[in-house]
Design a protein around this ligand. Sequence first.
Ligand SMILES: NC(=O)c1ccc[n+]([C@@H]2O[C@H](COP(=O)([O-])OP(=O)(O)OC[C@H]3O[C@@H](n4cnc5c(N)ncnc54)[C@H](OP(=O)(O)O)[C@@H]3O)[C@@H](O)[C@H]2O)c1
Length: 244
Amino acid sequence: MSDSRKTMLLTGASRGIGHATVRRFNREGWRVITCSRFPFPEECPWGGGQENHVEIDLSDPAAAINGVGIIQEKLEGRLDALVNNAGISPKGPGGERLSTLTTDLVDWGKVFHVNFFSSVVLARGLREELAAAKGSVVNVTSIAGSRVHPFAGAAYATSKAALAALTREMAHDFGPLGVRVNAIAPGEVETAILSPGTEKIVEDLPMRRLGQPEEVAAAIYFLCSDESSYISGAEIEVNGAQHV
Ligand SMILES: NC(=O)c1ccc[n+]([C@@H]2O[C@H](COP(=O)([O-])OP(=O)(O)OC[C@H]3O[C@@H](n4cnc5c(N)ncnc54)[C@H](OP(=O)(O)O)[C@@H]3O)[C@@H](O)[C@H]2O)c1
């Protein structure tokens, strides 16, 4: 039976910002197809989640490319939103920041596959489905993409800067297909990705608090809704004025 609901594909749905985004879109009546490394998370179930979950390790380029076909089988020829949210931010053995001097090249490449290349692979692979729905792509970048961050490493920061540039390039290339492409750049949001010591950063933030995953999900939802129908190629800061 065909499903008349709008459909979103979300990477990195199992925790944090991705999990809050699933819940938001689900509440708004969307069908959500999720993608992460592990089976459907028992601890955060939602209606229809199990059959709409795809296990892909996005650090493996072949798995990401093959994953496109698996995802297409779950779509009915159209995709209203693709949210590239999966991200990793590796640290050194003692939890220390990895710099341009200390990041192993293999690890750097892995970060780029998850944080950057997977977005190109999925968007290009699903361009016909996105075009059919006049859909929207949202790339989750970071404040670390535009300045040195005390905890986020060099590989992470450069991957997010590249993802911001990719957003611009894709907005140019996908625009004629009727597909909008934007980014959101979170600051310090209360998820497992945060490092010990973040509370010191928060003391100096203009809003003096962490962001909540639901606040990021709301910005993603806006960019996938008709309320943002003429916004493309933008990167929206969601950081309580951390960037000012
Ligand atoms: N929290 C913040 O303060 C903050 C700030 C700026 C930007 N961001 C960005 O926001 C996004 C979400 O971050 P978060 O804080 O919610 O992080 P998180 O809690 O660590 O969640 C990361 C998600 O990415 C998935 N993932 C990791 N490696 C993967 C792989 N190889 N293949 C497929 N999926 C993979 C994880 O799923 P599995 O482990 O199940 O595979 C998980 O669902 C990331 O892109 C992050 O860089 C976060």
